[in-house]
Design a protein around this ligand. Structure first.
Ligand SMILES: Cc1ncc(COP(=O)(O)O)c(C=O)c1O
Length: 365
């Protein structure tokens, strides 16, 4: 089945039938005398660094230079890139296009990133959960495949590699098996928010062979640009065309576009390599330290820029660190994550502060 046939089969009929909104900037060029968007004739800011951004103009909905840049960075064709306000927006768009409220469902493997089910709930879509192994927190490939094969209400299968909060990679062969099982009936979403932190290859190299595959990438993690809110959905143009229909007309701000180009400039690659090396060394030191702590019961080092631990009293550890001015993430109370705490790897000063906090943990007050 071609990508166009697949989206005809899977997308919400209302979205397929709808004529997309044509904004001033998407319907005409941005050259010449611009009197088609009710903009002001000039910006009111007089700082020269803001003036170059032409803030009085609506920005291009999908700026070509940034689309080209992200296509190069992610080694795909520009037509396979939709720039979004972070992966969060990509997840939301997928739900809104492919899941009918009260009818269609997503499949996820908790513990996993929480926005998949939140976006599903907001859309009124069901959530089928195939929980991970309660002891190892590994995904259960056979159970996932069985669920997908027997349930034809599943429209979107959410996978994360490396995952959050467990940091593990998808087991070898599972993506291929899920792509085979989902053929002509569901989209497989590979969320690669943390892939730059590990040596594993992106699934985007499989896009041309599998129209049902969608890859999510972001500048929020390994590109040091969470404040930009910029990510990309990589997929067949037929899928991206439908996502574009439900997206806001001008999703990206002019400052974000300029900053995203600066953050991904070829020179930034060297800075990224340097940062990734430092984070790797900092993480190794933290893992060694945690392994030597008597109070750490389980440790999932994972492949990303964080570690997950289980301790006797997770909320107590989180509160202790907060008193020392260090915020770590409490997962206590979430299914399979009792007393689990996720610690992001920060700068060497951040890790010194963390280590100072950990030094006094468990010591008599
Ligand atoms: C697995 C995963 N996907 C997506 C996101 C959201 O990324 P973005 O900042 O691009 O919206 C996160 C953020 O923590 C994440 O952990």
């Amino acid at each position: 089945m071609s990508a166009s046939q697949l989206v005809q089969r899977l997308a919400r009929p209302e979205v397929l039938a709808m004529a997309p909104y044509v904004s001033a900037r998407s319907g005409a060029g941005a050259d010449g005398v611009l009197l088609n968007a009710n903009e002001a004739p000039h910006a009111l800011v007089d700082d020269p660094s803001w003036q170059t951004l032409e803030l009085h103009r609506y920005p291009a909905p999908q700026p070509e230079a940034l689309r080209q840049r992200l296509a190069t960075v992610y080694a795909v064709a520009p037509e396979q890139v939709l720039i979004t306000r972070g992966s969060d927006e990509g997840i939301d768009l997928l739900l809104r296009v492919f899941c009918r409220s009260g009818v269609d469902r997503i499949l996820e493997t908790p513990p996993c990133f929480g926005m998949y089910r939140i976006a599903a709930k907001i859309q009124g879509a069901g959530v089928v959960q195939v929980p991970r192994d309660p002891v190892t927190l590994d995904v259960r490939p056979e159970a996932m495949l069985e669920q997908l094969t027997q349930d034809d209400t599943i429209r979107l299968v959410f996978l994360t590699s490396p995952s959050n909060p467990t940091g593990d990679l998808l087991p070898d062969g599972l993506l291929d098996a899920l792509l085979a099982a989902s053929k002509d009936r569901a989209l497989v979403i590979m969320d690669e928010a943390y892939i730059e932190f590990c040596a594993h290859k992106s699934a985007s190299q499989l896009l041309s062979e599998h129209p049902q595959l969608v890859v999510l990438r972001t500048l929020s993690k390994a590109w040091g640009a969470a404040g930009l809110r910029c990510g990309a959905v990589l997929a067949d143009p037929a899928v991206l065309d439908l996502l574009g229909r439900v997206m806001a007309p001008y999703p990206l701000t002019a400052p974000a576009i300029a900053a995203a180009l600066a953050c991904t400039a070829p020179a930034a690659l060297a800075a990224q390599k340097d940062m990734l090396g430092k984070l790797r060394r900092q993480k190794e030191a933290l893992v060694a330290r945690l392994l030597a702590c008597g109070w750490v019961r389980d440790l999932w080092p994972g492949e990303a820029n964080f570690v997950l631990i289980r301790v006797e009293d997770g909320p107590g550890l989180v509160a202790h660190c907060a008193r020392a001015g260090v915020r770590v993430r409490d997962f206590n109370g979430q299914p399979l994550l009792d007393n689990c705490v996720r610690i992001s790897i920060g700068s060497s000063d951040d890790m010194t502060a963390l280590n100072t906090a950990l030094d006094s943990y468990g010591a008599p007050a």
